[in-house]
Design a protein. Structure first.
Length: 254
């Protein structure tokens, strides 16, 4: 390679680097411009609603970060939905703190248990189970839901309750299975059809819940006596097609 060719090669490399730098700078400038527009749009949207007067939005690379405080957990969730609807928003990082009324955990849990009564006792709830706990205002919801409808209703009730600071959702959705559906129906007939357990069939709270997951049956809820628990477990144990039966019924004398 002669001197002239070497010069041309070096010049070509420098030109390529320069063009790349210019392209990156232009891209960065465009991203910055979009970030500014997005931040303005989100800020204006938040400012139009009184419940977000203490919420601030920052944007970097299309990601909206929300900080500040609201008085209800539901409003924290709604703030995320609001930001996601803004054009060019690539994602939302919600760091908002729920700073509403503080309620003692035991009192909050009791209020939520009362509010979730319909979800627990509603139509066709025999095959669903929900349990909740509260620690420092953080609500943990556990259980299994056959369709997801009950879980969503429960989550909505919890999110709108004053005093709830955060929610941990541990509810699982039962797998779609005709085999499991058949097993559920056979279990309900066997348990609620027993003369000793028939009284639970007319109880609006239906305390014996039948949870089926891939052929495995779990009984949860409450009964009036150890004998009722034993009978329910025995009836479930006789079910054709059940791979296993776990009796988690609690004895609670009313």
């Amino acid at each position: 390679m002669n001197r002239k060719q070497g010069f041309k090669k070096v010049f070509g490399v420098l030109l390529s680097v320069g063009l790349l730098s210019a392209a990156l700078a232009a891209e960065s400038s465009a991203a910055s411009r979009y970030d500014n527009q997005l931040q303005t749009a989100v800020t204006q949207k938040l400012a139009s609603k009184n419940q977000y007067s203490k919420v601030k939005a920052d944007v970097e690379d299309g990601i909206v970060t929300l900080t500040g405080t609201v008085d209800l957990y539901q409003r924290k969730l709604d703030a995320t939905k609001l930001a996601r609807k803004i054009a060019n928003a690539q994602g939302v990082r919600n760091l908002i703190t729920v700073a509403g009324a503080s309620i003692p955990d035991e009192q909050l849990e009791q209020k939520l248990a009362t509010k979730l009564t319909y979800v627990r006792e509603g139509y066709d709830s025999t095959f669903d189970y929900f349990a909740l706990g509260v620690k420092d205002g953080v609500v943990t919801l556990e259980g299994q839901d056959r369709t997801g409808v009950g879980r969503d209703e429960a989550m909505a009730d919890i999110a709108s309750m004053p005093g709830v600071k955060d929610v941990i959702n541990k509810v699982t959705i039962a797998p779609v299975s005709n085999f499991d559906d058949g097993l559920r129906l056979r279990a309900a007939r066997a348990i609620y059809g027993d003369p000793a357990l028939r009284k639970y069939a007319i109880d609006p709270s239906r305390p014996i819940r039948i949870i089926v997951d891939n052929g495995h049956v779990t009984l949860v809820g409450a009964v009036n006596s150890a004998m009722d628990k034993q009978i329910a477990g025995m009836r479930a144990g006789q079910l054709f097609g059940a791979f296993s039966v776990e009796n988690k019924l609690e004895v609670v004398k009313g």
